[in-house]
Design a protein around this ligand. Structure first.
Ligand code: PLP
Length: 395
């Protein structure tokens, strides 16, 4: 049995998404910039996909720009907002300590260029409040960039409230919604969102394709220079198969949000309840405002890396945090941001489900994970010291 429980890292492509792509690889492979009929067919597919994606988040097709991934969308959104701010002499940017690195590293770069970056602290339950944002906004604030849902600990942020505050104060609001699009109902107008990043491979579409929603009237800065594709804002021949696959996957995902939320949150809650019974463990992230498919725990006295390898041997594909940071020995910046000490942050486990997971798989994980945690603890000298009272338990 192989259980794939790492859907926050990437998802399996849906059959509909694959089938939508095939004609644009096999027969309709024209370049949308070409004037001949093959090119025009590709152009129609491109604009059809733009309409489908716009419909899923409640914007106009003219407000959608295709990019190569969620990271590129984040980069372009933030750099554009910074350029708009700089023109007006506004160089203060508000974000949070637990953003994805596509946001944090872009902000670090801007800091070197003289921008003042203010990262809001995340409270112990792994969330922020709209009041925090409101208090931080100054006359020289040019951008608030706050993620919609956290990729590691699953917290869903109060985006509509933050959007309202930003709109009232006339500050641009970008949200990295890569973990939310296709999983949570989004309406960019209702929620006062000015810019939003999304990525197909997080909702059963292909890898290497993303989009950026930009509210009409917000000037975008071009990052990839070249031809006039994407109304001159993003050069490069459009990846038509991927764009079409993304639109098909998103339309499918948005049509199933209600059904999937019910199914997934029931499995999630069963996992959380079962894993909470492991002594000296703690749930990470917001217990209430949480992605329906995210489970994230710290287990005291173990190394996340060893846990993952042993779980893999039992057929369970999980993660200790984000796929982007695994491979480095630093503990997750997200777990540190919610106040977990280094020692505890090292012993984390993220299970991220999809609608393909089953109740039987949940049962299997609930029997195997406690066994592996106990096995690793029994091998640990540090754990023995804690059990013998020579060292204090933290959790
Ligand atoms: C996956 C992810 C990204 C990056 O998206 P890519 O398409 O892989 O570049 C950005 N932000 C969040 C929250 C993510 O989960």
């Amino acid at each position: 049995m192989t259980i794939y429980a790492d859907n926050a890292a990437t998802t399996k492509m849906s059959r509909k998404s694959i089938e939508a792509m095939l004609p644009y690889m096999e027969s309709d492979y024209g370049n949308p910039s070409s004037l001949h009929s093959a090119g025009q067919k590709a152009k129609e597919a491109l604009e059809g996909a733009r309409e489908q994606i716009a419909a899923c988040i409640g914007c106009s097709p003219k407000e959608i720009y295709f990019t190569s991934c969620g990271s590129e969308s984040d980069n372009q959104a933030i750099i554009s907002a910074a350029a708009i701010g700089e023109k007006k002499g506004k160089k203060h940017i508000i974000s949070t300590t637990f953003e994805h690195h596509a946001v944090l590293h872009t902000l670090e770069k801007l800091k070197k260029q003289g921008f003042e970056i203010e990262l809001l602290d995340v409270h112990a339950h792994g969330n922020i409040t709209a009041e925090q944002v409101e208090k931080a906004i100054r006359d020289d604030t040019c951008l608030v960039t706050v993620m919609y849902a956290n990729n590691e600990i699953g917290s869903v942020l109060p985006v509509a409230e933050i959007g309202k505050v930003c709109r009232e104060r006339g500050v641009l609001f970008h949200t990295d919604a890569v973990q939310a699009v296709g999983h949570i109902k989004i309406d960019v107008n209702e929620q006062n969102i000015d810019m939003l990043s999304l990525s197909a491979h997080k909702f059963h579409g292909p890898k290497g394709i993303g989009a950026l929603y930009v509210k009409k009237g917000t000037p975008l800065t071009t990052i990839i220079e070249g031809g006039a594709q994407e109304r001159g804002k993003r050069a490069g021949t459009e990846n038509i198969p991927a764009v079409v696959g993304m639109a098909a996957a998103l339309t499918e995902a948005c049509g199933k949000i209600g059904e999937n939320t019910a199914k997934l949150s029931a499995m999630r809650d069963r996992l959380i309840k079962g894993l909470s019974e492991i002594p000296h463990s703690a749930l990470n992230g917001d217990p209430v405002n949480r992605l329906p498919a995210n489970v994230n725990f710290c287990f005291e006295g173990i190394e996340g890396e060893s846990l993952l390898l042993l779980l893999d041997a039992k057929g369970i594909c999980a993660s200790s945090g984000s796929a982007c940071t695994s491979g480095s020995l630093d503990p997750s910046h997200v777990l540190l941001a919610i106040g977990r000490p280094h020692e505890i942050a090292h012993g984390s486990l993220r299970l991220s489900l999809s609608e393909e997971n089953t109740e039987e798989e949940v049962d299997y994980m609930l029997t195997e994970i406690p066994k592996v945690v106990e096995y690793l603890r029994n091998m640990s000298p540090l754990w023995r010291d804690k059990v013998n009272g020579k060292k204090e338990f933290i959790l």
